[in-house]
Design a protein around this ligand. Structure first.
Ligand SMILES: [Zn+2]
Ligand SMILES: [Zn+2]
Length: 146
């Protein structure tokens, strides 16, 4: 089981998308009641679950509400195709990361320079095969690991 950042699907109103969805009105967030947003959302693709990294709540992918910076609110079902693609990519990433976990531990022991070289090769390889969405996800994953 692996949790991968949940990218924000394209907004139906303004067409923008974001690298990470945020938990609006998160109980653990600081901006509660003032339109503030909380933790980043992560998705567990095998079980189609979403969780917030701040308040640790979990819910089903299809119960997710999205709040775009433009003010538009929409639900997962309204952007079903985009959400399916995000879950698909998250699932591939989770598999690749699991395969690479041992490599990664060894490379990190060998030193920061070799880790960075490996990370950039990995990001290139995954982005090339999965497209720009995966590239963004991998970039943020690698920042989290670094
Ligand atoms: Zn928007
Ligand atoms: Zn939250």
């Amino acid at each position: 089981m692996a949790w991968v950042e949940f990218a924000f699907p394209g907004c139906p109103a303004c067409s923008r998308s974001w690298a990470v969805s945020r938990h609006r009105d998160c109980p653990a967030g600081k901006g509660r009641g003032a339109g503030g947003s909380g933790g980043g959302l992560e998705v567990e693709p095998d079980r189609s679950q979403v969780r917030c990294t701040d308040c640790r709540r979990t819910w089903g992918v299809w119960e997710t509400h999205f709040h775009c910076a433009c003010g538009h609110r929409f639900e997962a079902r309204e952007v079903e195709e985009a959400v399916r693609e995000i879950v698909r990519v998250a699932s591939l990433l989770a598999r690749v990361l699991a395969q690479q976990a041992r490599d990664l531990a060894e490379i990190r022991r060998a030193g920061a320079a070799s880790f960075r070289a490996w990370a950039s090769r990995f990001a290139d390889a995954v982005a090339g095969s999965l497209g720009a969405l995966a590239g963004r996800l991998v970039g943020s994953l690698l920042r989290a690991l670094d």
